[in-house]
Design a protein around this ligand. Structure first.
Ligand code: SF4
Length: 267
């Protein structure tokens, strides 16, 4: 992590268990003493995978983690709605860093059943994210004990209390950049001469699927351009919130999303 002098906020209450306590005590007993390299060598992190959208800031996480654990594969959720620029960027970055990509796509039969006209992103973005992101990720993560996300606290209000490590069902999730700021990210890109996502120069500060991504609101949070068609939606739903449910809206879960998840669990 780049050197910074300003204080880092305290851990949020709750959300820890004995395994997470052990990792915290070993690798970051204090929040000004964080040892991500050590954490990644712990036996519990042996079977770990990185999940990346290859969006605006992804190169920093990928480069940082790859330098510590070059053996970790990278999952890319191909929802079928990404920008062409994202595919080009993904492939260029994967080649430059020597990444092993695992490309995961939604179940075709579920798409045919739930989104036959390819309009779900407009009609019900939460349901669209559920079948195109949440379910495919849940399925592929079955193979892993631990996964890494690139989320940062500064990105949005819903991420403001993000911990470095958290429980995700039977798995552990690491958020190694949780305390990085936008300046840290920019400094890291510069220090390692990392390429920028081509859409950044058009004002896109956070880049997801094309129908659900706009340029960031001027002066707004970096994720302010996500889901412009749905003011309440803040997350795609691959991350658990403090109530143990997938976060999609400021008001957390919706009825449609809960029903889809229940059906998926039974399947
Ligand atoms: S971000 Fe939009 S297009 Fe992508 S899965 Fe979610 S609702 Fe569908």
């Amino acid at each position: 992590m780049p050197d910074r002098k300003h204080p880092i906020p305290a851990w949020p209450a709750g959300g820890m268990d004995s395994e997470l306590d052990r990792l915290r005590d070993l690798f970051f007993p204090r929040l000004d003493s964080i040892n991500i390299a050590g954490l990644l060598t712990d036996p519990i992190c042996r079977n770990t995978v990185i999940v990346s959208s290859f969006g605006a800031e992804s190169a920093a996480l990928l480069h940082y983690i790859h330098a510590l654990r070059a053996d970790l594969p990278v999952i890319f959720l191909d929802t079928g709605h990404h920008f062409a620029e994202t595919f080009e960027y993904r492939d260029a970055l994967a080649e430059r860093l020597g990444l092993e990509l695992i490309i995961v796509r939604p179940e075709p039969s579920l798409i045919a059943e739930e989104d036959p006209h390819d309009q779900l992103h407009a009609d019900d973005p939460n349901a669209c994210c559920t079948i195109r992101k949440t379910f495919p990720l849940q399925d592929v993560l079955q193979r892993y004990a631990c996964w890494i996300s690139g989320r940062k606290r500064y990105q949005s209000a819903t991420r403001a209390a993000l911990p470095l490590i958290e429980r995700d069902g039977v798995r552990i999730k690491l958020n190694p950049l949780a305390f990085w700021t936008r300046d840290d990210i920019n400094a890291y890109f510069k220090a390692h001469d990392l390429p920028r996502h081509p859409l950044e120069e058009k004002g896109y500060a956070s880049i997801g699927c094309a129908p659900c991504t706009a340029a960031a609101v001027e002066g707004g949070a970096s994720r302010s351009g996500r889901w412009p068609q749905m003011a309440d939606k803040t997350e795609c739903g691959i991350h658990l919130g403090p109530d143990g449910r997938f976060v999609r809206n400021r008001s957390l879960q919706t009825g449609a999303g809960i029903a889809l998840e229940a059906r998926h669990r039974k399947a």
